[in-house]
Design a protein around this ligand. Structure first.
Ligand SMILES: C[S@@+](CC[C@H](N)C(=O)[O-])C[C@H]1O[C@@H](n2cnc3c(N)ncnc32)[C@H](O)[C@@H]1O
Length: 311
């Protein structure tokens, strides 16, 4: 991680608690209304093949519609099924965004890392603009949309059919497509700006430097310094690099706040929240990830407690 560490001094070093709930975040009944200050998360991406199975398991209507799409021959009906699958995937994610809205405090921030998808379906290569669907849903729920970040992924190279360089028809226009080499970090606020008492000690202890402000509060994050050899499980779960939650937590929360990740994956958000003196709550539906999370977040210490809860 290139960024400098938090300027927490001993006076503001507080004991934090971290809860990891093995369960479905479409219901977050373990969390009280208005008790979370920040959400940092990256859901499974709709219409990206690696997440098809996850969505089918979340909602049987999705699997059912995929099956109909596979056997249908009428192009118009096929198109209808493609649209239904895409809508249903986002409908399921939106249940989590609604719960996030409920548990966030007034002025709380929600950061959602999402990539768009490209796919050939029904004989048609096209874009599924996941970021705009999520903005649409979150605005309907009541969130205020703030300027978003484009995370320029350094490892993405133009590809064709998953391998090699993408050349379209050689170098001839017009049938080549732009490569998706950015993901979005969408930023939303619940309600009005958050209020603090004058000279709030923890807020002042959470200050960032001018250099940090100048490089973080810009729209394009060219995040470098990520390990080139990503472990297999991190790749499988599409873990984000620690620098992403690190910056977002420093930008949008103060020491002692509670950070929520409803799609915890390998536990990156919890790990970073611990290091930054924030409390955290994470949900993960796949209990097979428990050992990976345990390895990443470590064990309780004098400064923080970690609790695993199975629903
Ligand atoms: C893109 S990964 C998150 C990766 C994570 N940011 C990390 O750094 O490891 C999405 C995760 O959400 C989990 N998931 C999907 N649907 C869920 C749900 N309804 N409730 C809880 N977890 C869910 C998946 O099992 C997967 O581990």
């Amino acid at each position: 991680m290139n960024d400098t560490m938090d300027k927490t001094n001993e006076k503001t070093k507080i004991k934090t608690s971290h809860k990891i709930i093995i369960g479905d975040s479409r219901r977050m009944e373990e969390i009280e209304d208005k008790s979370v200050h920040l959400m940092v998360t990256s859901p499974p991406y709709p219409m990206i093949e690696m997440w098809d199975e996850t969505f089918k398991q979340l909602d049987e209507r999705i699997g059912g519609t995929w099956s109909k799409l596979e056997v249908e021959t009428d192009k118009r009906k096929k198109e209808k099924y493609v649209k239904q699958i895409y809508e249903l995937m986002h409908e399921n994610l939106a249940k989590v965004w609604s719960e996030a809205y409920r548990v966030l405090i007034e002025g709380g921030i929600a950061c959602i890392n999402i990539g768009d998808a490209t796919r050939s379906l029904n004989g048609q290569f096209r874009l599924f603009p996941n970021h705009s669907k999520i903005i649409e849903h979150c605005e309907k729920i009541g969130f205020v949309t703030l300027p978003y970040i484009l995370w320029k992924k350094p490892t993405t190279k133009p590809k064709y059919k998953g391998k090699g360089a993408f050349l379209g028809s050689g170098f001839l226009p017009p049938n080549a497509y732009v490569t998706l080499d950015c993901e979005f970090i969408l930023v939303f606020r619940k309600g009005e700006l958050r209020k603090f008492k004058p000279h709030d000690e923890l807020r002042y202890a959470s200050i960032y430097s001018k250099e940090e402000r100048d490089s973080w509060f810009t729209q394009i994050w060219d995040v470098v310094g990520i390990k080139q050899t990503i472990p297999e499980v991190e790749r499988r779960v599409a873990a984000f690099p620690e620098v992403i939650p690190y910056r977002l937590i420093r930008m949008f929360s103060v020491i002692g706040d509670t950070v929520l990740d409803p799609f915890l994956g390998t536990g990156t958000t919890t790990k970073v929240a611990i290091s930054l003196n924030r409390n955290s709550i994470g949900y993960e539906i796949d209990e097979g990830l428990i050992p990976v999370i345990k390895e990443k977040v470590g064990v309780s210490s004098a400064n923080h407690s970690i609790e695993f809860v199975r629903r």
